[in-house]
Design a protein around this ligand. Structure first.
Ligand code: KIV
Ligand code: ZN
Length: 510
């Protein structure tokens, strides 16, 4: 493989992805996702925005210290104190990187109130400062695709002269079309002195549904780094999806002869994990990792598939780590079978953790004849998200509902180790439960989203409930899974409140 064939994968799930309102991940979840990204062969992990909060700083610095292979990168504005903080966070990594940016388009230039010349000077000073601290410096002209060509060339040249070794060209508002995405990189390579010494990257948002196409087009224009996120998570309509570019480069290597180092068999597990921890479920018809991406329902398709899989399949499910047999487990399955199944699904649990999950698995298998992969994944993540150390816990719940009202919920919560109970009337059982929670633990947080997702088919399916809440600009998403949707709703609400308590502690004045 020559340098020219190689495309670097820069994952920003933990920075741009996590910036998406409601996608907030806990510290441990961020460490876990970073470990999975490193394991699957991502070249650069953008782990956060260290100046943004103490939590972000801690996450970036722990990820930098723990990551074995990937470069770990932090984001910073074109401000000295941001860059210093970023360096503090990444400096213990095997191969740290500082990513600094400033908005160069007319729309963005107005914000720092700098003239065009002053901005060029700022770019020179901040990139030089970053490069004096760190050998790997990436610079981004934010909203590059709406920046005047001449000015874009001038700023890129300045950043290269000041020591940037990667220049990222963001399509911040997802405005560009594929031909333009290729042209802009080609134009920069042709016009900017020193462009042949650095790597151009592409960072595309999906507002017009063109993020993946734009990223791939940029590669044909000469870019050699793609910024992307798992499941395309990201602000508004999201970012380029990592799994899409990786599989597109693999399946259509005939016309795009470029390679990544990603082990594609790890895609499915990381996609599921990111969906769980972010609370953003993957749409069923999402390319590569959607539930239906490999499902062939129609008779004609099934017939063709039985004769030869490539009649309708351009890639095999196992290429992305979907086990061919969704081995069903039941109440007679033992602990060893559970351990092995969970290992296949990407979970290597310790003995104690396995013991707890096994107890819950048995309880689920008693209620549900067949336990599928997705059931197990919901169960493990529920075990991880709802901890016995949480301040608020659901003790018991009884509801009355049906055609004859009123719908009521009798709920008992343990709050700080003390049991409290309350009976509430609501407009339906879930509303009654939420009113009971509100009465037992009064709070000002607003419910932004309540979402129910059936984990598998069948009326005995587990439901995963997501509850997104907002309090003074802080957004958290709680989750829980149970075969009883109302119980899952109560636990998801309580999970969101527990997360909110953690966020309140983190931002409380000293
Ligand atoms: O979309 C964007 O412009 C960004 C930059 C900070 C790279 O995320
Ligand atoms: Zn972005």
């Amino acid at each position: 493989m020559t340098k020219q064939d190689r495309v670097l994968i820069f994952d920003t799930t933990l920075r741009d992805g996590e910036q998406s309102p409601g996608a907030t991940m806990s510290h441990n979840e961020k460490l876990e996702i970073a470990g999975m990204l490193d394991d699957m062969g991502v070249d650069i992990i953008e782990a956060g925005f260290p100046i943004a909060s103490e939590g972000d700083f801690k996450a970036v610095s722990e990820i930098a210290s723990n990551t074995k292979n990937a470069q770990v990168c932090g984001l910073s504005r074109a401000v000295y104190k941001d860059i210093d903080r970023c360096w503090e966070a990444v400096k213990n990594g095997v191969n740290p990187r500082i990513h600094t940016f400033i908005g160069t388009s007319p729309q963005h230039r107005a914000i720092p109130n700098l003239t065009m010349d002053e901005m060029v000077e700022r770019i020179h000073d901040t990139v030089s400062h970053a490069r004096n601290l760190c050998p790997n410096v990436q610079w981004s002209p934010m909203d590059a695709t709406r920046t005047e060509e001449d000015y874009l060339c001038r700023t890129v040249e300045t950043a290269i002269k000041a020591g940037a070794n990667t220049i990222n060209i963001p399509d911040t508002v997802g405005y560009t079309a594929p031909s333009e995405s290729a042209d802009i990189i080609r134009m920069l390579i042709e016009r900017v002195p020193g462009a042949d010494q650095i790597i151009f990257a592409t960072h595309c948002h999906n507002d017009l549904g063109m993020a993946t196409a734009n990223a791939l087009a940029a590669i044909t224009g000469g870019a050699r780094q793609i910024e992307c996120t798992i499941n395309g998570l990201g602000e508004r309509a999201g970012n380029t999806a990592l799994e899409e570019v990786v599989m597109a480069l693999r399946v259509r290597n005939d016309i795009m002869p470029y390679k990544t180092m990603i082990d594609s068999t790890k895609l499915m597990n990381i996609s599921r994990r990111v969906a769980t921890v972010s609370g953003f479920q993957v749409q069923y018809n999402k390319a590569i990792v959607g539930k239906n991406a490999f499902a062939h329902e129609s008779g004609i398709h099934q017939d063709g598939m039985l004769k030869s899989a490539d009649t309708f399949e351009i890639m095999r499910p196992e290429d992305i780590g979907l086990s061919e047999t969704n081995l069903v487990m039941g109440k007679h399955s033992g602990r060893a079978a559970l351990r092995s199944k969970l290992k296949d699904l990407g979970y290597d649990l310790g003995d104690n953790q396995l013991k707890d999950v096994f107890v819950r698995f048995k309880a689920l298998a008693d209620r549900k004849k067949e336990v599928y992969d997705d059931d197990l994944l919901a169960l493990v993540s529920d075990e991880e998200t709802n901890s016995a150390n949480d301040t608020i816990q659901v003790k018991s719940l009884q509801v009355t509902c049906g055609t004859e009202g009123p719908q009521t919920a009798s709920l008992a919560l343990i709050i700080d180790k003390v049991e409290y109970s309350h009976k509430a009337i609501g407009d339906g059982p879930v509303d009654a439960v939420f009113k009971a929670v509100q009465a037992l633990f009064p709070h000002q947080a607003h419910l932004q989203l309540y979402q129910v997702h059936a984990v598998t088919e069948g009326t005995d399916a587990q439901a995963t409930v997501s509850v997104r809440m907002e309090e003074n600009g802080k957004i958290v998403t709680g989750q829980s899974a149970d075969t009883d949707t109302v119980v899952a709703s109560a636990k998801a609400y309580v999970n969101a409140l527990n997360k909110l308590l953690v966020r309140r502690e983190k931002t409380a004045p000293n």
